[in-house]
Design a protein around this ligand. Structure first.
Ligand SMILES: [Zn+2]
Length: 136
């Protein structure tokens, strides 16, 4: 008896999505490595050349901030990939984290690391828009 809930996905679909996730995971890690070495290079350049110009220093910091937020985003995506891969192993993959409903196959194919169904995702985004919109 297989009591593990696999939702509507069959083994071959699951296998395909797992492969997608592994490829995505590798790409993200390569991106992260490239971004990190870029940042290292920028930092060493900044410390090597004496930055007397305050504008230049500010621009360098800004560049660094962009790079840091990009790295954070990549790390976040890598985490999502890993947890999706874990769910494939342990069961529960393909179900919405919020409502437990099955996530549409089309959606998983477009984004194998998706954890929310379309309904929950759009509600989530609506909240975010509302939260950020409160500022103005
Ligand atoms: Zn949902």
């Amino acid at each position: 008896m297989n009591t593990m809930k696999l939702c509507c996905l069959n083994q071959s679909q699951l296998k395909g999505l797992k492969r997608e996730l592994q490829i995505l995971h590798e790409q993200l890690q390569a991106d992260l490595k490239a971004e990190q070495s870029d940042q290292q290079e920028e930092l060493s350049q900044i410390s090597c050349s004496e930055v007397h110009d305050r504008c230049e220093a500010a621009a360098a910091t800004e560049l660094n901030q962009t790079s840091i937020s990009h790295i954070k985003q990549l790390e976040e995506e890598i985490r999502e990939c890993q947890s999706a891969l874990q769910r494939i192993e342990n069961g529960g993959y393909g179900c919405c984290e919020k409502c437990g409903e099955e996530i549409e196959l089309n959606r998983l194919m477009a984004n194998p690391a998706a954890v929310l169904c379309v309904g929950c995702q759009s509600r989530d985004e609506l909240h975010r828009v509302r939260d950020s919109g409160a500022a103005f």
